[in-house]
Design a protein around this ligand. Structure first.
Ligand code: PHE
Length: 343
């Protein structure tokens, strides 16, 4: 027992602490329920009566020495918390600090918004659960008209019978709401989630994101539309981008067009992304149909405007050459990490 006491005394003498936690660990090791000093007190019970006096004193002294040392270490640390840091190896490589990254769809949406903000467009938002009037009626889709089949719709309820409630199939509904209440001229973009009852595949999903735009003023012309889209394409896909417009059909615009941008991968020479054509389809657009202006109470003799709409997933796929749309919704970190350097 004598040696054990000596041993412990020496051990205690040499204790050093970097942090408070070390001191707590020593306390448990020495004075805790199963600590080595506590254990000696248990052994003490077995000792011969004539030796009790001598060892009793020694043991008490040991216990006091332990308590005093712990107290001393504690005071030192409190006085000078840096002391622990002095032993820190600053040359060690740092621990990786895992920050989340923004989702590529958010990054793309923000980029589109920031480009149009520079052109003076304000952001407008509206409800995802909409009524038939704002998604179709006010946009010149007559009831039962086959044009409604262009966008397979999730209906929620019959509403009042005249105006069913549904999930918006495009953010053009936000443009209608803006035309109803905003003072003219209007220059807005409408980012948001849209819903279509489509089978999920590499190229289609039942939920996706759009940014649509609307500009209404006196004397807005098709040339203005073309210029706005050309500037957008250059900002988004590079200064040497070109655009071409192909005639198309939307009930709410007349004339209507589909916009292609020159393939940013092969620079128009033809590759597998643009399927050898040198062009990539990026959006629909057109001059707002006078019926649409009138439906929202705007005088179509005095005002004209253009509108355009694009899918954020599609733009992001083209920009980063992602071949399967489903990656954007599965949240596989191996995919998302590829964008760490982009964001
Ligand atoms: N709303 C159309 C769609 O979702 C896109 C579009 C907007 C086309 C504006 C022309 C003008 O398909």
């Amino acid at each position: 027992m004598k040696e054990r006491i000596e041993e412990l005394l020496q051990e205690i003498e040499q204790l050093t602490a970097q942090k408070m936690q070390d001191i707590e660990e020593y306390r448990i090791k020495l004075l805790g329920k199963k600590g080595s000093v506590t254990k000696l007190f248990e052994d003490f019970r077995e000792i011969l009566p004539e030796q009790k006096r001598e060892f009793g004193q020694k043991l008490n002294a040991l216990k006091q020495a332990a308590a005093a040392k712990l107290e001393e270490l504690k005071e030192k640390l409190e006085e000078n918390p840096e002391q622990g840091a002095a032993k820190f190896d600053y040359t060690k490589p740092g621990d990786r600090f895992d920050l989340g990254t923004r989702h590529p769809i958010s990054v793309t949406r923000e980029e589109i918004i920031s480009i149009f903000s520079k052109f003076g467009y304000a952001v407008a938002e509206g409800p995802e659960i909409e009524d038939d009037w704002h998604v179709f009626g006010a946009l010149n889709f007559p009831p039962e008209h086959p044009a409604r089949d262009m966008q397979d719709t999730f209906f929620i309820s019959q509403g009042d019978g005249e105006n069913p409630i549904l999930l918006r199939t495009h953010t053009s509904s936000v443009q209608v709401r803006s035309m109803e209440k905003m003072p003219l001229p209007i220059r807005i973009i409408c980012p948001g989630r849209v819903f279509r009852n489509e089978a999920i595949s590499a190229r289609a999903h039942c939920i996706f994101h759009q940014v649509e735009g609307l500009y209404i003023d006196k004397n807005v012309s098709f040339a203005d539309l073309k210029q706005a889209i050309l500037l957008f394409a250059k900002e988004m896909f590079g200064e040497d981008s070109k655009i071409r417009l192909r005639p198309s059909y939307f009930p709410f615009t007349e004339p209507s067009a589909e916009v292609d941008v020159s393939c940013n991968i092969c620079k128009g020479k033809g590759c597998n992304i643009c399927k050898g054509t040198g062009w990539l389809e990026i959006m629909g657009c057109g001059m707002v149909d006078p019926n649409v202006l009138e439906a929202s109470g705007i005088d179509s003799k005095e005002y004209s405007g253009f509108a355009f709409g694009m899918g954020v997933e599609r733009i992001a796929m083209l920009k980063w050459q992602v071949k399967d749309l489903r990656h954007y919704f599965e949240n596989d970190v191996r995919f998302l990490r590829e964008f760490e350097t982009v964001v």
